[in-house]
Design a protein around this ligand. Structure first.
Ligand code: GLV
Ligand code: MN
Ligand code: MN
Length: 401
């Protein structure tokens, strides 16, 4: 079972049975490609292709095979399968790299019910904490307990050091663009310049519950109305962003919803993304000011709880150059693009220089069943990944961004 049978589209969330099956399949495919395979303490599936120079700083590539609910077939999967195709081609052509090539199917990249993305790569970078394991999902289940029931040791996940203790040369990830830019520019390859930072907010609107039939309209403290105005404030700020800034309200919940009660308590979740640090910080300040002002006019108080899901991360210029040159040498058009989506590469960038290669997404659709990338475009992406990895294998060292 590689996806939830009762869900629309492709649903393979972290810790689910379809996810377990998909990881078994990935491990089997890695073995068939001749990789040495194991599940690491962070819960990642890791395959190693040995190079000719033991101890030389290793190359890493990979991505993820979990999906959002009702997702598609390409987000993440292209980076894992593309890496395996690269290994297959190297072996078919009797090419031995100097460096070890580590291929990883990272555990749970998508944001989950515990509100945490990139579990496996976060853990390898030393960014998964004991406090994270205490997070609870909507049913009250601890994240740490979910690791346990999936057969993973949560304490090993927060102290997984093997990659931090392995000399690393660089990380390159192939991924679908998930947006419309490449298709609009009729371009085959995206060379990623930076990955957007993500600031998330939980806003709690505290009004006053009252009888919905008797409380006059001019004497209400309606938390839902204040939250609705906040949704528009978030949208307004996103629309005012320079290129690449976005703002989205992702959830509204009435704490004590009753059909006949003026809402007294509403929770809202929203996120802001940009590759511009200054805009992100201004957007945070502006949204708080606007929401508080508008809530006040409804007689509603607001409390905010901000978390940084990830900071802005830049790709290593040298890897960008190598990917662009690889595209040109293969006769492929390319464009420098920022990534609005987050990726395991954000966390790998803590460990070594990082680069990403994008291939076009039809109509820019992603995180939905309509997600599609033409196979010819995926093949072109694998070709660029392969040429970039081969060039990095020969490069002495690469500086981070
Ligand atoms: C993951 O796909 C994200 O960008 O949230
Ligand atoms: Mn992805
Ligand atoms: Mn995704």
């Amino acid at each position: 079972m590689l996806r939830e049978p009762d869900q629309h589209g492709w649903t393979r969330q972290v810790f689910s049975e379809p996810y377990r099956s998909s990881r078994d399949l990935v491990a089997a495919k890695m073995r068939r490609c001749g990789l040495e395979v194991h599940t690491d303490p962070a819960g990642n599936i890791v395959g190693v292709l040995r190079g000719s120079s033991p101890g030389a700083p290793a190359l890493i590539t990979g991505s993820h095979t979990d999906t959002v609910t009702g997702g598609g077939r390409f987000d993440g999967i292209v980076g894992v399968m593309g890496a395996l195709e690269l290994v297959r081609q190297l072996r078919e052509n009797d090419i031995t790299l100097t460096r070890d090539l580590i291929v990883v199917d990272f555990l749970g990249e998508e944001s989950n019910d515990w509100g945490l993305s990139c579990l496996g790569s976060r853990s390898l970078a030393g960014e998964l904490t004991a406090a994270d394991l205490e997070r609870r999902d909507g049913q009250g289940q601890r994240l740490g307990d979910r690791y346990d029931t999936f057969g993973l040791d949560p304490s090993a996940a927060i102290s997984a050091r093997w990659l931090r203790n392995t000399p690393l040369h660089s990380y390159v990830e192939l991924h679908v663009e998930q947006g419309p830019v490449l298709e609009r520019h009729e371009t085959q390859i995206g060379v990623v310049t930076a990955i957007a930072g993500i600031e998330r907010v939980l806003a709690m609107f505290l009004g006053r519950p009252d009888h919905a039939g008797t409380r006059p309209m001019d004497d209400r403290r309606d938390a839902m109305v204040a939250a609705a105005r906040a949704v528009l404030a978030v949208q307004r700020i996103g629309c005012g962003a320079p290129l690449h800034g976005v703002a989205t309200t992702t959830r509204l919940a009435n704490g004590m919803a009753s059909p006949n009660v003026v809402p007294g308590e509403v929770q809202m979740r929203a996120e802001f993304r940009s590759i511009d640090t200054e805009w992100l910080s201004l957007a945070k300040q502006q949204v708080v000011t606007d929401i508080v002002d508008e809530a006040r006019s409804e007689g509603v108080d607001v409390e905010f709880d901000w978390t940084t899901d990830n900071e802005i991360v830049h790709s290593a210029p040298q890897i960008q150059d190598l990917a662009a040159t690889s595209a040109e040498q293969s006769g492929l058009s390319w464009k420098a693009v920022p990534s609005g989506a987050t990726h395991d590469a954000v966390h790998l960038a803590r460990l070594c220089p990082m680069g990403m290669i994008f291939v076009p997404s039809r109509a820019g659709r992603s995180h939905c069943p309509d997600e599609w990338t033409d196979f010819a475009d995926i093949a072109a992406g694998v070709q660029v990944l392969s040429a970039t990895i081969t060039a990095l294998d020969a490069a002495d060292s690469v500086s981070s961004a």
